[in-house]
Write a protein that binds this ligand. Structure first.
Ligand SMILES: CC(C)(COP(=O)(O)OP(=O)(O)OC[C@H]1O[C@@H](n2cnc3c(N)ncnc32)[C@H](O)[C@@H]1OP(=O)(O)O)[C@@H](O)C(=O)NCCC(=O)NCCS
Length: 173
């Protein structure tokens, strides 16, 4: 696979492929700790089927030779309307993934730029992401910066994607 991947919106029919991409992300990170793809798919589908029907979620995929090789998810989080005018949604970017054999050739950046530009065109006020440590330069090159202001409180749940790696502080995605 060395052609130029095609980036487009995902269809609801591709949810199994999205499950595979997400499972690959976990399997890469912590191979000893992941469920089988079949077991994971059930949990993923419970989340992803309604998400793909929900206008607040948008998923872009990269396709090469008829196969999905990457994706990016964006959730538009609404904000309470102000006393005057209108507030714009926040664009929460997550699940950015490119298959290992295609990395470091710009495909991830292309996916990220598509999501950022769409969010800009749709009038979102801010894009945000929880990066893994390794991916910080990747986001910074597209213009993401460390903000001074958000406060978070870890309530003990699994709020990050990186499992044990996240617990070690390797991954905040
Ligand atoms: C992050 C990722 C989507 C980038 O895809 P890509 O097609 O390689 O992207 P680009 O070629 O545009 O950019 C390459 C940059 O990605 C980052 N990167 C490379 N390998 C990476 C990896 N395994 N994990 C995270 N980031 C990585 C680096 O910043 C690299 O540039 P640099 O080496 O000059 O710093 C891809 O590496 C990936 O899927 N990683 C695993 C999942 C992940 O970490 N997602 C982001 C978590 S928030």
């Amino acid at each position: 696979m060395n052609g130029e991947a095609h980036i487009r919106l995902c269809t609801t029919y591709e949810v199994d492929e999205l499950a595979r991409l997400r499972w690959q992300l976990y399997a890469e990170d912590e191979p000893a700790l992941v469920d089988s793809l079949e077991a994971y798919r059930e949990r993923f589908l419970d989340f992803a089927r309604p998400a793909l029907e929900d206008d607040r979620w948008t998923v872009w995929v990269a396709e090469e030779t008829g196969r999905l090789v990457g994706n990016i998810w964006r959730y538009r989080a609404p904000r309470i309307q102000p006393s005057r005018g209108r507030t714009a949604d926040l664009a929460y970017v997550t699940n950015v993934y490119v298959e290992p054999s295609l990395r470091n050739a710009g495909l991830g950046s292309r996916l990220l730029r598509v999501a950022v530009e769409a969010s800009r065109e749709e009038g979102c006020s801010l894009a945000m992401v929880w990066p893994s440590v390794r991916s910080i330069p990747f986001y910074e090159r597209v213009g993401f910066k460390r903000p001074p202001d958000p406060l978070i409180l870890d309530l003990g749940g699994d709020w990050h994607a990186g499992g044990a790696a996240a617990a070690r502080g390797d991954d905040l995605a």
